[in-house]
Design a protein around this ligand. Structure first.
Ligand SMILES: NC(=O)c1ccc[n+]([C@@H]2O[C@H](COP(=O)([O-])OP(=O)(O)OC[C@H]3O[C@@H](n4cnc5c(N)ncnc54)[C@H](O)[C@@H]3O)[C@@H](O)[C@H]2O)c1
Ligand SMILES: [Zn+2]
Length: 350
């Protein structure tokens, strides 16, 4: 068993182990005071893993109720959130009880936000089941739902009570879902850890599962360090946005028909190409990144006008009023946050 402690305002442990899902009841019985839990999950994860989790929890004396919603980003909505609130009410969940987010980032984000707001806040536990949610969204306490006019526009910081990560759950992901998570994993290597990046260079989509524990552990360790240094996203945490400034715009351009990981992969390559052109990084940084992206069946280029993409960056509702932040890797394993005017950003990209 590997364990990582995150020292944020409310500290918590992340437990990483094969088969830990079967023992989540034992893990939680030593951490939680309550014996009443509400599991929130989606239909796919429900059919794959809910029974295992519920059996383990009830064997330890937990009383469990469960809310299941349709899988997919469309469910990260105010209307599903409302259904969750009603469900918690109907099941008499109180402020001292605990929610369990069992699933990918969609389940984690909406459950975390429900936990941050229902009865002015109660505990929640993350049991992430996608690579993306294990290495990224389940750690760090960012929770949110989407509005019609944009993603993650209503949210809160709310750290989980603990995170239970079972790498065996990743065995049921398809190659596209695995690749999606790998885009974020490659991002961690690029911004902070050349030896992690080398691990990715020495594998590909067909054999990365052979060392997935190590990947999960090392990526979470990087996220932990960044989050501890800047829990509320005022400065250093922005390095996690490498590839995301353009990536978010690319997602919007395709009206979210492109996956987040695919958009981030392209975003990392485009910004690194600009960095190379501007003399900020060596050509081999770009070459190594593109080769690595290709090895995980991720896209690295875009055949649409960059003017449209830059315009979408400008209209990003979450950017600061007259400037834009973006991240550049000057060498593999090292990153710089740039804050520039919109005009300078535009000339850097176009
Ligand atoms: N809070 C944060 O810091 C943060 C960070 C990054 C991303 N996110 C959010 O995370 C979401 C994306 O997360 P995601 O990629 O996990 O998406 P997701 O939760 O939609 O999961 C992707 C698909 O995989 C299925 N699935 C989940 N676990 C599975 C398993 N073990 N086997 C087979 N199928 C499984 C789900 O049912 C879903 O259909 C986005 O909403 C994004 O905004 C949040
Ligand atoms: Zn991301």
């Amino acid at each position: 068993m590997k364990q990582i402690t995150v020292n944020t305002s409310q500290g918590y442990d992340i437990f990483i182990n094969h088969g830990i899902l079967f023992k989540c009841g034992e893990t939680l019985s030593s951490i939680l005071n309550t014996r009443t839990l509400a599991i929130i999950t989606d239909d796919i994860v429900n059919s794959l893993y809910a029974e295992t989790v519920i059996n383990s929890l009830t064997s330890q004396g937990f009383k469990v109720c469960k809310f299941v919603f349709p899988n997919g980003e469309n469910s990260k909505s105010i209307s599903v959130l409302n259904e969750i609130y009603d469900f918690l009410c109907q099941n008499n969940i109180t402020r001292t009880d605990c929610l369990i987010a069992l699933g990918g980032g969609v389940v984690g984000d909406i459950t975390g936000f429900a936990a941050a707001t229902y009865l002015r806040g109660l505990d929640y536990v993350q049991i992430p089941t996608t690579l993306l949610s294990q290495i990224d969204s389940s750690v760090g306490g960012k929770t949110a739902v989407n509005l019609n006019c944009g993603k993650n526009l209503v949210g809160a910081f709310k750290q989980p009570r603990c995170v239970i990560c079972d790498p065996d759950t990743l065995l049921t992901l398809n190659d596209e879902q695995l690749a999606d998570g790998m885009a974020e994993a490659i991002k961690y290597g690029m911004i902070r850890d050349e030896s992690l990046f080398e691990l990715f260079e020495n594998h590909d989509i067909n054999n990365i599962m052979d060392c997935i524990d190590d990947v999960v552990y090392r990526c979470i360790s990087i996220k932990k360090n960044v989050v501890e240094a800047d829990e509320f996203d005022k400065g250093e945490r922005m390095v996690l946005n490498f590839g995301h400034t353009l990536g978010h715009a690319i997602e919007k351009f395709y009206d979210y028909e492109i996956s987040h990981g695919n958009a981030v992969a392209i975003g990392m390559c485009l910004i690194t190409e600009r960095a190379y052109r501007a003399g900020i990084c060596e050509e081999n940084v770009l070459d190594r990144l593109i080769n690595c992206i290709k090895a995980y069946n991720l896209p690295y280029e875009l055949n649409v006008s960059m003017v449209a993409i830059v315009n979408l960056c400008k209209s990003d509702k979450k950017r600061e009023s007259d400037s834009i932040n973006f991240v550049i890797c000057d060498k593999i394993g090292h990153s710089i946050i740039k804050k520039v005017s919109i005009n300078d950003f535009q000339s850097f990209i176009l």
